[in-house]
Design a protein around this ligand. Sequence first.
Ligand code: PLP
Length: 392
Amino acid sequence: MKINGNFDNMVPSYLFAEIAKRVNQYTQSNPDKDVIRLGIGDVTLPLAPVVVDAMIKGAEELGKKESFKGYPDYEGYAFLREAISNYYRGHGVTVDAHEIFVSDGAKSDCGNIGDIFAMDNTVLVTDPVYPVYVDTNLMAGRRIIYADSNEANGFSAMPDENQQADIIYLCSPNNPTGSVYTREQLKKWVDYANKQDAVILFDAAYEAFITEDLPRSIFEIEGARTCAIEFCSLSKTAGFTGTRCGYTIIPKELERDGKNLHKLWYRRQATKFNGVSWPVQCGAAAVFTEQGQKEIKENIVYYQANARIIASALEDLGIWYTGGTNSPYIWLKCPNGMKSWEFFDLLLTKANVVGTPGAGFGKNGEGYFRLTAFGDKAGTEEAVARIKNVLK
Ligand code: PLP
């Protein structure tokens, strides 16, 4: 037998595994050091009380014969899909509940969606890039091309009419750079995709962090329903990184190659996915209630305050950065022309602070660095004080 040789085309280790390795090596030789982690994008605040109550109630229902539930619907329970559809309506976007597929998160859907597309499609990603888009397509053997996001375009790459692409991943607010596309910019991508007969895979995992008048959904843009699929997640919105729940929206009219993509995805999910558990869907629906929105907002505001703490320290140090206002990520330029991993090692060993080297997100990330606002306030304050101490 043979294994999938495409694995040889990927970098040997996942970025965050490499970071963990270096941090472990350092802490093993320096057990007395208190290392603060502002690297991996995991949340630290607990689930909202209203979510926990709904999950407990859901679990209790499973414990009684009259309310026990077996396999859920492949596409998610109607009450949760309705709640998500209402949430979109609240932002002025019409998405029918039948167009929503509830899942165990955006990471798996972003990768699994490839099942419905041919392997000889060309995939366009913006660079720096969330590594999942690249690695899942490399595993499948697809060709990947890149659109450059850099300081000159505000880390918001735009389409190049001379480049032919079939599948286009866009992430806004962006991980890792924190940049957000404007409506005008997204309209250009939508027009480009419709003209090219391409499909945009729009990752809105950080939409809840938008504070300014910027698009939260690709479906705010005219023409998107004929070229776009949207992924979203409760991971960062509501602290579901460990609980696992997300959703994918495929407009009913979206077709390519004479096939309906909504129907293909339903077929794929029915074959390979058996749904999200009842208590988790109950908890997810609670996120979209009035009380749920109030409670999760408090957590988001807490993280946004951390972003402000990091941003103002960088301003004091005169370090160029972007992001932080509409995203939990701060993307900064390594001082004194340092390379990303060089700066990583400096912060780890001198400030005992862990960030993420920009080079791990693609060639345009070299010389940049990502800090996240997901830590606790005291830890973030301590981290920036240490960084200031090292860099002043
Ligand atoms: N999409 C982006 C851009 C992310 O940064 C992440 C998590 O870091 C995900 C998706 C993963 O979301 P989930 O936890 O729902 O799988």
